[in-house]
Every structure is written in C-alpha cells, then in structure tokens.
Design a protein around this ligand. Structure first.
Ligand code: GCU
Length: 693
C-alpha cells in the first residue's frame, strides 16, 4: 500500500495556499484555545487536537490550549450539558441547545467578564468535532468576520454513510484510485495511519458511518464476522470511533453455509436464525458500537432468500432480529433485478425491478431494517430518472444510495463533478403525499415518519497519492459529505468551498476550477450516450464507447437503435409500463411524448431520428451537435488550465493537465464512435457537414 498521501482539503495552507482574508479578521482569537473541564472523551480530544493542528498550520503559530480563560481573546470549546462550563452556559439558551441534537453545534462570538471569544459548542463531543471542522473551513473561505458570527447547525440526515467496495486481496470493485487502504494480502493492514487520515477527511464533512467491505462478499470477506478476523475489524472500528464514525460490515447471506455451521441459509430455519444471533453476539463483543449489516442479496448472482422460496422481508427481518438487542441496523439493498434476461424478451424491464420486488412488501420489515435504494432505477448512469421506489413505501425505512466512484462517469480520468446530479435527485418531487414530497425529505424521514433513514454512497478512494485518482475528483467526496449535512447548499457554493480549501484563494484559480467543475457533468453527458438512454459503454469495464456492447446481452440494458429510431418504450400503452410506477402528474409527464423532458426522452420513448425535441433540433442533429460540443468544451478547459501554470504547484498542475488530455482523447473517441454509429444507422447527414466517418 502506498503510504504517501496528499492532505486534500485538510492541507490548511500547504505550500501554495495564500492566506485568506478571514484568517486575518480572526487573528486576535487564534492564539489561545480554552478547552474546559468536561473534555476527557476521545472524541473531545480529537476535536481539540484538530483545532490545535489546524490553527497552527493556518496561522504559522502553535496556539496555547488552556483549561481556563486567561487571555482576553480566545476560541472556547465545550459540549452542551457538559460540566457547567460558564463560557458556554451563559451564551447558549436551553431551547437552542435542544434543537442541536447530538450532532449539531453553535459557533458564535460571545463575551463574558471582559473577555471576548469565539464559542464552539457541540450538542455532544461529536457535534463539537463537526463545529471545529466548520470553524476551520470558515477561516479558509471568504466573507466571514467575527462580528455578528452566529451559526447554529445540525445535519439534515441521520445516517450519512460511505460504502467501501474494497476486497481483502487489496483490490477495489469499481475503484479508480489504486489499491485498498484497508486490506492487503487477505488481511486488514497493520498500519492504520492512512485509514485514520481517511477518517479525518470523512469526519471533516460530517460522515458518521462506513461499511468497510464490498457488497459482493467473497470467500475471505465472509469471515470478517468471525472471531478470527474480528480483532482486526475492532482495530479499524477504534480508529473511526475517534472521529465519530460507526463501522458496518457487508455480509454474505449464505455465510451460515459457507462458514460451515448449517446446511441451509433459509431465513425461517431456526438453526440459521440462531447462527446469525451467535455471530452478532461475537461482533458486539469486539465492537460494542457496531453499526450493522449491509446486504446485497438475490442480486447479480449473490445468494439470498429467493433460493428458499422466501422473500426479502423474511431475509432482512432474520438479520434484524439478531441485531435488535444491540441497536444495530440492517441496510438492505434494493438493487434486485434479473441479470440473466433474454434480450429477445421485450416485456421484462430492468428499470421496473426494484419497485416490483419491494413495493408489495411495505409494512413487512422490522423497524431496524432500512431499504437502501440506488438513486436511479438502472445503475448510476450519467442520466436516469429518479427511482420511483422513493416514497412509494410509507411504512418502510428508506435510504438513498449514490455512487461517488465514477464507474459510469469517466472513472476519475474524466472530470465529472457530480453534486449537480445529486441535487437534481434530492430535489425531485415524488408527489407521493401530494406536492412537496421531495426525495431529500423522504430520505430524511420527514415525509413518512421513518425511524431510520439517510444517505449512503459508494466511495471513490484508494491508496493513490491523491486519494481519488483525479485530483479534481476529491471535490465529489468533499461535496457528498457537505450535501448530506445540508442539501440546501448549492453545487457552486460547495465547489467554491472545496476549491479555496484545496487550492487557496487566488481568484483566477478559483474561477477556472469552479467553471470546469460546474460544466463537467453536462459535458460528460454530451459526448457519451444521448438523451437518457444510458450505457453504450465497453461491457464490464464501463469506460469508453461500445454502442452495442450490451445490446444483445443478458443484463437488461438496451437502446433498441435501428435504422429508423432509438429508445426504450416504457409507456403504459405500448411499452413496459414503467412510467406508471411514478405518482400522478409524474407518471403522465414521462408517459407522454409531448411532455417528457428532452434529457430523458430515450429512457421513456422509442422515437424516429427525425423526431423534433423541445430544443427545436431533431434527435439525430442533437446527437451530432452535443458530441461535437462536448469535445470543444474539453479543449476550452485545457486552454484555461494552461493559463494557471504559474499560479499552481507543478505537481498538481501537471497531474490535472495529463488527465484533461486523456479526457480529450477519450471524448473524441466517444464523439466519433457515437456519431459514426448513428450516421451509418440512419443515413442522415449532419446539417453542418462536419467530419463523421
Ligand atoms: C454495478 C457494478 C457492480 C456492483 C453493482 C452493485 O452493477 O457494476 O460492480 O457490484 O453495481 O451495486 O451491487
């Protein structure tokens, strides 16, 4: 494993970052930290240490940490409900404190007995840690002065998680940033320094849960729940605990058979139930605050309850019962579909699968089960509609799954800032309880009163020096956490924060990176598969174009292009009826060719190439135009990046430049393959007579 790493957005100045104006404004407060009495928990110590180190780097001066207020100006840390800290209790009202919950915090300018200070008060030690990271961020971003400083923050989501798809041989499924930082040679690594750094990065943006192994649980990983490997799992849990992050494990539904205990994994079989209870008891002996199990069952050839004629409620509830006495959760994935479909079968529609499997089970799950639903009905494409399962189950806890790793969006060789995509998902109004039933509120348990809910995502990191393969892809990990804390933040605001923490406050650098990030998702979409139809990627690898790569395969991902037209008919009258998994006006919107938004047209409808879009262009001309424009956009970024050469450190300049050049080559390949394919299919010429082969 590579043990050198970049400090990402926690570099606090580093070599090339100019001092922000905010540091100067706060300067008088930053030499002294008052961390009073109550601070004995590991989390409290983490908070003090993070603030001390952060301030030392940002100001170039080691701050003094004292139990009492000796200086006239200082930063005071405390936990509400702590042992009567007067610096804190005088300036926080009871009602306010109640609003914070455990994870919230207050940052405000306060005064007492002639002292003038910045108060960071957490609802608990964990809230304090989040407050410290917020304060450090504030010092690096423009526009804040101590006067009038008064922030009261609490996270929108209860569960704010990442899922590692790491395998114990050190590989990472869909990983594009090197090898695992957790595993090597079928063991958990002995040196957890880099895992600790990862915990810091995650905690700094508010992540509070992590599943540390791939949802496809292979032979060795099946043993993570046994006393053979639990001592090592416990070491990892210890590291994350100091940053307020709970550890979860992905489990193999057939573990009772594979680990030799029983002859069946039938969830209704008492011996199987007992087996899981025993394993769960083992886990909690090693990891007292273990979060729970993440389960991929009956999905892409993984074992599950279907083998025994049971359904997913039977399977999930069996595990939930084992976890219940300890407060553990089952995160049960809904990515269940027929991956052995006959392409000749035009009735089966993979997009329908999650809803068809799970909706009828509403009300059958125990309350410590949460259904984990991918953002779209297919699989993290650059454009898909929002999964109609959100909000469709009133009595079943739900959480949303995003993919930070860029499996289908350029694999961290292309820049593709995903926050705008995720914001569209969160803002989608499902109409499940009438207008205003948005996904962002459903998965916060605010539309239906779910006991547990939240958001998770497949992580994007590996042991590459820069963590994420593409340096600019760090913004997706950063932004993911920020969005989960507060989905009202705009994609621009998040990009600006990340840029100034990571690259400093130079205006040219900041505005160039902001533009590239904000243009990147639409650009990636423009030169890949058109109008929501998805796929067209090289099978298995999912990088680069192969228009018919999946067309005659078993995976259920077709575009149905012929000489006359393209797209999947998912309407009620003539297609698969998927459109009617949506509620009321949404169903009508997608079902009708007239109202269906252009960007999803080919997801819902099969149309001739000459069909005229709302944009006024024909489908075929749209394909040509967007594919030429996408490449031109990447060329513009390269010119703008080149102009930053003297303003950036040589390493990061050269790295991003190299990635942009690769993106350009790949975008040209996409352009030429897609344009040529559709020109040959349709025989229709480009109106502008550009080169098509
Ligand atoms: C996709 C991905 C797989 C992954 C699966 C999942 O199909 O290509 O690698 O295992 O999603 O989410 O389970």
């Amino acid at each position: 494993m590579n043990s050198n790493y970049d400090l990402a957005w926690l570099r606090y100045g580093g070599a090339s970052v100019e001092r922000s104006a905010a540091i100067q404004l706060f300067e008088g407060y930053l030499s002294n930290i008052v961390a009073a009495g109550e601070g004995s928990s590991p989390l409290f110590r983490t908070a003090v240490q993070e603030l001390t180190e952060g301030l030392a780097k940002l100001t170039g001066k080691q701050p003094a940490v004292e139990p009492n207020a000796a200086a006239d100006r200082f930063v005071a840390l405390g936990t509400i409900g702590g042992a009567g800290n007067p610096l804190l209790n005088d300036s926080v009202e009871g009602a306010e404190a109640a609003r914070l919950g455990e994870e919230g915090y207050i940052i405000r300018k306060a005064a007492r007995e002639g002292k003038d200070y910045i108060l960071i008060a957490g609802g608990s030690d964990k809230g304090l840690l989040y407050g410290v990271f917020h304060f450090l961020r504030l010092l690096q971003t423009a526009g804040q002065s101590p006067d009038g400083l008064n922030l009261v923050e609490a996270p929108k989501y209860q569960l704010r998680m990442v899922n590692q798809w790491d395998n114990m041989d050190g590989s990472i499924e869909r990983g594009y940033a090197g090898q695992s930082i957790f595993y090597q040679d079928s063991k958990i690594v002995s040196d957890l320094t880099r895992v600790r750094e990862y915990a810091r990065l995650l905690a700094s943006v508010g992540i509070n849960g992590i599943a540390i192994n791939n949802v496809n649980v292979h032979e060795v990983e099946t043993k993570l729940i046994t006393p053979e490997l639990l001592p090592d799992v416990a070491r990892v849990a210890d590291v994350f605990r100091e940053y307020g992050i709970r550890l979860y494990l992905s489990v193999n539904f057939a573990a009772p058979i594979e680990l030799g205990g029983t002859s069946t994994a039938d969830p209704l079989e008492p011996a199987v139930q007992e087996w899981w209870k025993q394993r769960t008891a083992d886990i909690y002996r090693y990891v007292a605050d273990f979060g729970g199990f993440l389960v991929k069952a009956d999905s892409e050839n993984r074992p599950g309850p279907f083998t025994y004629g049971r359904d997913h409620a039977d399977g999930a509830n069996m595990l939930a019962e084992a976890l219940e006495p300890y407060g553990g959760l089952v995160l049960w994935r809904c990515f269940v579909y027929d991956c052995h479909q006959d392409w000749r079968d035009r009735k089966t529609d993979r997009a329908r699968a999650a809803y068809d499997h799970f909706k009828p089970l509403d009300g059958r799950f125990k309350d410590n089960v949460i259904l984990q639903i991918k953002n779209g009905p297919m699989d993290f494409q650059v454009r898909e509609p929002v999964s109609p399962l959100f909000g469709a189950m009133k009595q079943t806890n739900q959480m949303l799954e995003f993919q930070i790793t860029q499996e289908y969006t350029g694999q961290q060789r292309h820049v593709c800032y995903l926050i705008p995509q995720w914001k569209e998902v969160l803002e989608f109004d499902t109409l499940c309880e009438g207008e205003g039933s948005k996904v962002k509120d459903i998965v916060a348990g605010q539309v239906h009163p779910y006991k547990h809910s939240g958001i998770t995502a497949v992580s994007s990191i590996g042991d590459d020096y820069n963590w994420t393969g593409h340096y600019l892809a760090q913004s997706n990990l950063y932004g993911y956490g920020r969005l989960l804390w507060n989905p009202e933040l705009s994609a621009e605001e998040i990009a600006e924060e990340w840029t100034s923490m990571t690259f400093g406050v130079n205006q040219d650098v900041a505005s160039t990176i902001l533009d590239i990030l904000m243009e990147s998702w639409p650009t990636y979409e423009s030169y890949t598969s058109p109008l929501g139809v998805g796929w067209m990627v090289v099978p298995h690898y999912h990088y680069g174009p192969d228009v018919d790569g999946y067309e005659y395969s078993k995976w259920g991902t077709y575009h149905f292009a012929d000489r006359d037209g393209i797209g999947v008919d998912r309407t009620l009258a003539t297609g698969t009826g998927y459109s009617h998994q949506y509620v009321g006006a949404n169903a009508a919107l997608y079902d009708s060719l007239e109202s269906c938004p252009d960007e999803l047209l080919l997801f819902f409808h099969h149309v001739p190439y000459t069909y005229v879009l709302k944009s006024g262009k024909t489908v075929i001309q749209h394909i040509y135009d967007t594919h030429f424009a996408g490449v031109e956009q990447v060329e513009k970024w390269i010119a703008r990046w080149d102009a930053l050469e003297s303003k950036l450190d040589p390493q990061r300049f050269a790295h991003v430049k190299e990635r942009l050049l690769e993106q350009l080559e790949s975008a040209k390949h996409w352009r030429d393959v897609i344009n040529t394919y559709f020109y040959r299919k349709s025989g229709i010429k480009d109106q502008h007579n550009r080169v098509i082969y």
